[in-house]
Design a protein around this ligand. Structure first.
Ligand SMILES: *[C@@H]1O[C@H](CO)[C@@H](O)[C@H](O)[C@H]1NC(C)=O
Ligand SMILES: *[C@@H]1O[C@H](CO)[C@@H](O)[C@H](O)[C@H]1NC(C)=O
Ligand SMILES: *[C@@H]1O[C@H](CO)[C@@H](O)[C@H](O)[C@H]1NC(C)=O
Ligand SMILES: *[C@@H]1O[C@H](CO)[C@@H](O)[C@H](O)[C@H]1NC(C)=O
Length: 496
């Protein structure tokens, strides 16, 4: 069940030196620490400016404290929308390699995260972990094999699609119920606000956990995605916020903070906290155009390649971190979480070497020198857009995505602008090559492409190199037989 001593030894020696020396032959003492429990919390659509440590107006006392005590990652990147980000986190590969680069998965399209990829929970299971998932999946469910309990999770409480009513657990557009415990339709918590239903389930998992084994809990909150719903008492905490959507949204963030506090307390009560590694991240930036989430001062938001869509609040917390209470400015990307968590859990480095992800465990936990020099923000051959980061430079080609302005939280939607703010702002610079120096210009105000043609050429060449590894995006036609009306009004696998 547990990694062998040899595994541990190679892990420990890997930590202390880059070379395998003669010390490997010495019979090691049993390791002093055990593989950590891992609590991976992914918030949905939480923007840069929506957490207390970036914006004091947001009431997130639990998250503030954990971020303060742990390691705050200042340059943590994900993809512009949720399906690609979640695929990257759970596989360690860029979405353009798994075919999931083309936006969020539509609930009536017959595909999912390809079954050839072994996900983080499956890999942690190999190391002896109990693995549980709570919350939003959004990586495909047209066939049972795509769903969480078939992909490495011992248990699952949550929903398969991307968005729904927080209380009724019904989807919009094509309407259907979507809430399950393992594979069974679950109606018990029907009227409970999902943030607290998920916290309750997390606490139950912690209570029932056999502490002989390490625990992996993937807590993928519905919060703070649309629709704007929160128990009144949380909205009331933001009475001073005039704009209704922003007020409710802020309450949703605070409700999530409260839920995380409750789970933290449960880990304390079970004495599991001292060996728990907590990772907190958002799957993409705030959907600034909808009036809720906010990424100020970063540019753009969800579904764009701008920093506001891809640079997200992130921290790591745990007593096992050797260096803590500091801000780390290393580049970290969604694909890094799989190797990083596996390294923290004591997996053999060989088992995660061939992925796009880089093991950032030493960089984060010991403040070792940064390892990542470049990454892909996104690459989508259907929309023709892509962005790459190389050191301080960011190059974008194609359309970065709609709503590319700088939005303050107080900004109201203008009727004239149609469905969102500054609808035309992004049109002005649609398909021009853009180069930014993110270190000097983190809010992407000055396109320097014309000043540095050589850098542009070099970065385009690098992008072309990555493009050679692109697999065509999965983008099948939607299927009528997916419709819940054929499945007892419930979103149900079995149609692909
Ligand atoms: C879900 O699966 C886990 C692990 O197999 C099991 O312990 C639990 O009882 C299951 N729950 C339901 C409702 O089937
Ligand atoms: C936009 O740029 C992409 C990538 O460079 C290119 O493939 C596409 O043809 C361009 N589209 C337009 C309308 O210029
Ligand atoms: C946006 O652009 C269109 C066409 O270029 C124009 O007709 C419209 O008035 C513009 N809207 C705003 C809000 O500027
Ligand atoms: C985080 O990054 C910003 C640039 O976006 C920089 O101004 C700031 O100093 C960094 N924070 C820390 C604590 O290094």
């Amino acid at each position: 069940m547990f990694p062998t001593l040899r595994t541990w030894w190679s892990f420990l020696t890997m930590l202390s030196s880059n070379k395998a020396g003669p010390a490997v032959d010495v019979t090691p003492m049993p390791p002093a620490h055990r593989p950590p429990n891992v609590l991976l919390i992914v918030a949905d659509d939480l923007g840069w400016n929506d957490v207390g440590w970036h914006n004091p107006k947001m009431k997130t006392p639990t998250l503030n404290r954990l971020a303060e005590e742990g390691v705050t990652l200042n340059y943590s990147y994900v993809h512009p929308v949720c399906t690609p980000s979640r695929a990257a986190i759970l596989t360690g590969y860029y979405p353009f390699k798994t075919g999931l680069q083309h936006g969020a998965l539509r609930k009536d399209k017959p595909y999912g995260l390809p079954l050839s990829y072994r996900l983080l929970p499956e890999r942690l299971r190999d190391l002896g972990y109990s693995t549980h998932m709570i919350g939003k999946w959004h990586l495909g469910f047209c066939r049972w094999q795509y769903t969480p309990t078939y992909r490495g999770f011992d248990s699952f409480l949550g929903f398969y699609t991307g968005a729904q009513d927080y209380y009724k657990h019904k989807t919009f557009g094509l309407r259907g119920y979507d809430f399950r415990y393992n594979t069974t339709i679950h109606k018990k918590r029907r009227s409970k606000y999902s943030t607290f239903a998920f916290a309750r389930r997390a606490i139950d998992v912690v209570k029932a956990h056999d502490t002989e084994k390490p625990l992996f809990l993937y807590l993928s909150f519905q919060a703070v995605h649309l629709p704007f719903q929160v128990p009144q008492r949380f909205e009331d905490m933001y009475k001073h916020v005039k704009q209704k959507k922003r007020r409710i949204y802020s309450g949703m963030v605070t409700a999530m903070d409260r839920a995380i506090g409750k789970i933290y307390s449960a880990l304390v009560r079970r004495k599991m906290i001292k060996n728990t590694l907590l990772v907190f991240i958002s799957d993409n930036g705030g959907a600034a155009n909808r009036g809720g989430g906010n990424n100020w001062p970063l540019r753009g938001g969800k579904s764009t390649l701008w920093e506001g869509g891809t640079r997200v609040p992130t921290f790591v917390w745990g007593r096992m971190l050797r260096k803590k209470s500091y801000t780390n400015n290393a580049l970290v990307h969604a694909v890094d979480w799989l190797p990083t968590i596996l390294a923290a859990a004591g997996a053999k480095p060989e088992s995660f070497m061939t992925m796009d992800g880089i093991n950032q465990w030493r960089t984060i936990s010991r403040r070792a020198p940064p390892r990542r020099k470049e990454f892909i923000y996104g690459m989508n051959e259907i929309s023709g857009r892509a962005a790459i980061r190389m050191g301080k430079y960011k190059l974008m080609v194609g359309k970065p995505g709609r709503y590319g302005g700088h939005y303050r939280p107080r900004q109201r939607r203008r009727k004239k602008a149609g469905r969102g703010l500054n609808t035309n702002a992004s049109r002005r610079h649609l398909n021009i090559t853009k180069l930014f120096n993110i270190e000097d210009d983190p809010t992407e105000r000055t396109n320097i492409a014309k000043m540095y043609p050589k850098i542009v050429t070099r970065m385009k060449a690098r992008l072309a190199y990555y493009r050679r590894h692109l697999v065509p995006a999965l983008n099948p036609r939607k299927l009528r037989k997916a419709h819940p009306k054929h499945w007892g009004k419930v979103w149900t696998p079995g149609w692909c």
